[in-house]
Design a binder for this molecule. Sequence first.
Ligand SMILES: NC(=O)c1ccc[n+]([C@@H]2O[C@H](COP(=O)([O-])OP(=O)(O)OC[C@H]3O[C@@H](n4cnc5c(N)ncnc54)[C@H](O)[C@@H]3O)[C@@H](O)[C@H]2O)c1
Length: 252
Amino acid sequence: MRTYFDLTGRSALVTGAGAGIGAAVSEALAAAGASVLVTDISGEAAARVAERINAAGGKADSAALDVSDRAAAEAAAAQAAALGQGDLHIVVNNAGVTSPAMFPKLTDETFRVTFDIHVMGTFHVTQAALPHIPTDGTGRVINVTSSAGITGTLGQVNYSAAKAGLIGFTKSLARELASKNIMVNALAPLAATPMTETIRTNEKFAANMMNRIPLKRWAEADEVAGAFVFLASDAASYITGQVLPVDGGMVM
Ligand SMILES: NC(=O)c1ccc[n+]([C@@H]2O[C@H](COP(=O)([O-])OP(=O)(O)OC[C@H]3O[C@@H](n4cnc5c(N)ncnc54)[C@H](O)[C@@H]3O)[C@@H](O)[C@H]2O)c1
């Protein structure tokens, strides 16, 4: 019988995986059978997640990786490939930060840092990974964008511009890598994580968000992680260049 979601024998590199969505995605990929290199700017946070995976019977290693550092990205890609006997099948570009301010107050510095992490970070890690990604149809690049990059959002011109940039990045790279049989997609999640704490706990922001979410609740990070497993799996072998919102229906 054909199997669709088994990632046994595949290796994965997840960025920004010391907390939130990245940690949950690392655990979900490992639960599906992948060997996962858990990376984060905080090496300690990454190591804790890898320990949790190994203690639960999965296979993981960890590394400190600031995605704005190209040399560190190359080292991490090689380390992840070593986990997969030379191949790195799945790259999840998840690391991210927000630096909100209304437009007149946005500074060059916060604009630049946001781009360095989201856009340049995804560029570094993906380019470093590419020589290790197999061309047999199992290779996947999954970029994490946001509803902010699709519909825009108040106080986040820098973040929205970076996340919209990742959508263009995803579509162009999907076209380039189609001839190599490597699928490139983006996922726009919504989940209760440290990043969304302020908008979940501030009464006015929280009410405004609930009005925008048709399912009227926040997902925990492990609920959105399943969609990453889907995009990483053989079930998504004919899907490339797409943006998948996993957000309780907020973007439709
Ligand atoms: N949580 C949501 O609802 C939501 C919505 C839309 C998009 N996103 C996106 O999902 C991704 C994960 O978000 P989250 O909510 O889990 O955030 P989070 O803040 O909970 O976790 C982000 C992780 O990225 C790490 N990080 C920060 N800068 C880094 C760098 N330079 N290099 C490597 N790691 C770095 C942090 O240490 C942290 O562990 C981000 O790209 C975010 O923009 C999240």
